[in-house]
Write a protein that binds this ligand. Structure first.
Ligand code: FMN
Length: 176
C-alpha cells in the first residue's frame, strides 16, 4: 500500500512532520510512504489553473493520484487550517468532485503546543475535504496536545501517544 504523507507545516522542526514520521515508522512494512512537498505550491490563481499547471502542482497531483491513501498532519493556526495546506488542497481540488482527492481515503492527525492539539483545524479540514469528496477515517480526532513535550529531536517519545497512534494506524489500514 502506498501512503502519501502531507504535513501542514513547512518548518524544519515541525511537530506535525515529526508525527507523520512516527506514523510512517509505525506503519512499518505494511506501507510504502512518500512525502509530499506543499511548500513550493504557488498561491492559488485560477488563471494559472489551466491545462499546464505550475510544476509543483503537477507533481503533487501525481503523488496523490498514485497513492492508495493519504496521511495529513496539520497544525492549527489561529483556530484554523494553515493557509499553505488550504492553498495546496485548493490547487488539487479541481475538477470539482472528480479531482485526485475524490474517494482517496485519508487519515487526519494534528499536533499542537496547546492542550487542544489542533482539533479545531481538524474540524475545518474535515469540512473542506467533504467538499472534495475525500473520505476521512471515521474515528475520534487524533490530536496530540502539548506536543512539544512528547517529541525529542523529531522523534515521538511519548509511549501512550505512540500506542494510540499504532492502534489508529491499524484501524486505518483495515479501513483502506
Ligand atoms: C501563526 C500561528 C498561529 C497559531 N495558532 C494556534 C492555534 O490556534 N491553536 C493551537 O493549538 N496552536 C497554535 N499555534 C501554536 C502551534 O501549535 C505550534 O506553533 C505548533 O508547533 C505548530 O506546528 P508545527 O510544530 O508542526 O509547526 C500557532 C502558531 C503559529 C505560528
Amino acid at each position: 500500500m502506498k501512503v502519501l504523507l502531507i504535513s501542514g507545516s513547512l518548518r524544519e522542526r515541525s511537530l506535525n512532520t515529526a508525527l507523520l514520521k512516527a506514523a510512517g515508522e509505525l506503519l512499518g512494512d505494511k506501507a510504502t510512504c512518500e512525502w509530499a512537498s506543499i511548500g513550493e505550491v504557488p498561491l492559488y490563481n485560477q488563471d494559472l489553473d489551466g491545462e499546464e499547471k505550475p510544476a509543483a502542482v503537477t507533481r503533487l497531483k501525481a503523488q496523490i493520484e498514485n497513492a492508495d491513501a493519504l496521511l495529513i498532519a496539520s497544525p492549527e493556526y489561529n483556530y484554523g487550517i494553515p493557509g499553505v495546506l488550504k492553498n495546496a488542497i485548493d490547487w488539487v481540488s479541481r475538477p470539482a468532485f472528480k479531482s485526485v482527492l475524490a474517494h482517496k481515503k485519508t487519515l487526519l492527525l494534528s499536533a499542537s503546543m496547546s492542550d487542544m492539539g489542533g482539533v479545531r483545524a481538524q474540524g475545518q479540514l474535515k469540512q473542506v475535504l467533504a467538499g472534495t469528496l475525500t473520505p476521512i477515517l471515521p474515528a475520534p480526532e487524533f490530536a496530540v496536545g502539548s506536543a512539544q513535550n512528547k517529541f525529542t529531536d523529531g522523534t515521538l517519545t511519548d509511549d501512550d501517544t505512540r500506542q494510540k497512534l499504532q492502534r489508529l494506524l491499524n484501524d486505518f489500514l483495515a479501513w483502506v
